[in-house]
Ligand binder design. Structure first.
Ligand code: ATP
Ligand code: MG
Length: 408
């Protein structure tokens, strides 16, 4: 195992233990290591209190000291070091009201699923399994720790986490846990929209997004969090589109999901989910460009080039390609667009500007929006290959000014 995170976590645990504390790699990182995939983040659980952790390491970030969580930076990695804790009371199904520091056993029991409840000693490879997590891991099974209904009522994000975990591992959700997911589905919207949005994004970025999507639909979670795309024949289509797009960025995955409702609808949905403006723009732009590209072959070369030179054009074409296939349509527009693009260099898509605003004024166009309109028309003419020299550009603008209505 050659990974900064693992080596940092092992060293942190050595240091904590040398100071007389207990410490383990815990949770998702252990699950991933046992499955044989690289954990995206590393968590250490310890008997040390936050003040002890801060005293033992030079570089710490107190991300949630009241919950016992300190980030430690070591050997080029960042590891979350959290004091063994029990969550005290969930009054709102969103977050624990408070925590109490405790032992490994209780810390494991507060966790969501058995395969997320394993602790590993990185020194000797010993795994502590207090919840039969190993058996579930071997069986490929996602099972809640304790009573699933009660655990979901505490934190209604957990049903979404169950689905994401399935999409990530390919494991099946054990039947009792699955029934509880379905019973809780109608209530998951009490969770903050930011947490839901993050979980959905991670599900879409997993290696089995189509499975994730159909589980969201089958459980009823989709109806609760994304009513505008829940139900109907498009669920199976979205699943196929997502599976055909694995490895794409999050904007492209969301564009696949929201393709049926178009760019305007998608922007509204993503705004409700409180994604960043940048993210919303790139996603709805991907859909808009994909839809526009479905008109290929486009006769006007200027319009065709302006479409394909957009930053999200390749993503838009990818989504269009996937959806044409999902809907059983031929791939002609995508082929035509890609062929058109093939022979074009950057200078064809972004021709050099031949005139300045002053040149345009000199040609007799009055100050105001007429100037930028003339420059736009000139660029279109360049994109069509009708104008290639400064001389021709001047002549073009003179003709343009002659055509202009009297008061611009
Ligand atoms: P990933 O890192 O791939 O997102 P993960 O399971 O590691 O998945 P994290 O958010 O990193 O998820 O959480 C680390 C661990 O903390 C989990 O494995 C689980 O043991 C526990 N945990 C996280 N969120 C919850 C929750 N909402 N309820 C109970 N336990 C949780
Ligand atoms: Mg994790």
């Amino acid at each position: 195992m050659d990974d900064h995170g693992f080596r940092a976590a092992r060293r942190i645990i050595e240091i904590l233990r040398a100071a007389g504390h207990q410490a383990w790699i815990i949770g998702g990182a252990v699950r991933d290591l046992l499955i044989g995939t690289m954990p995206p983040d590393w968590d250490v659980a310890t008997s040390a209190h936050p003040a002890d952790v801060q005293a033992l390491f030079h570089r710490t970030i107190p991300v949630g000291v009241q919950f016992g969580v300190v980030r430690v930076r070591l050997m080029g990695a960042e590891v979350e070091v959290a004091t063994f804790r029990a969550d005290l009371g969930y009054s709102d199904g969103r977050r624990p009201d408070a925590v109490r520091f405790t032992d490994l056993r209780e810390d494991v029991l507060r966790r969501d699923f058995t395969i997320n409840g394993l602790a590993l000693d990185p020194g000797n490879g010993e795994v502590v399994d207090l919840v039969e997590g190993i058996a579930d891991l071997r069986a490929g099974r996602i099972r809640a720790i304790g009573n699933a209904d009660a655990r979901f009522a505490e934190d209604l994000l957990r049903p979404l986490r169950a689905v994401r975990l399935a999409a990530r591992t390919g494991f099946s959700i054990e039947s009792g846990t699955w029934e509880a997911v379905r019973r809780a589905a109608g209530s998951v919207a009490v969770v903050s929209v930011e947490r839901i949005a993050e979980e959905l994004k991670k599900t879409l970025l997993s290696s089995r997004p189509g499975l994730g999507w159909s589980l969201l639909a089958d459980s009823g979670i989709l109806e609760a969090v994304l009513p505008e795309v829940a139900g109907g024949p498009s669920v199976a289509q979205v699943s196929s589109a997502l599976d055909a797009s694995v490895g794409s960025d999050a904007e492209t995955m969301w564009a696949n999901v929201l393709w049926p409702i178009g760019p305007a609808g998608s922007a509204g949905t993503l705004r409700r989910l409180k994604y960043s403006n940048h993210f919303i723009r790139d996603t709805s732009e991907t859909i808009r460009l994909g839809q526009a590209a479905s008109r290929f072959p486009i006769e006007d070369r200027a319009a065709a080039k302006k479409l394909l030179r957009e930053a999200r054009a390749a993503a838009g074409l990818a989504v269009l390609a996937v959806w044409r296939q999902v809907e059983g349509l031929d791939d002609r527009p995508v082929r035509e667009a890609r062929e058109f693009l093939l022979g074009l260099g950057p200078e064809d898509l972004w021709p050099l500007r031949l005139l300045t605003g002053d040149d345009v004024l000199a040609a007799g166009i009055p100050r105001g929006k007429g100037v930028s309109e003339a420059l736009c028309a000139l660029e279109d003419a360049q994109l069509r290959g009708e104008v290639t020299t400064t001389e021709a550009a001047k002549a073009f603008v003179c003709r343009w000014s002659a055509k202009m209505p009297e008061s611009g």
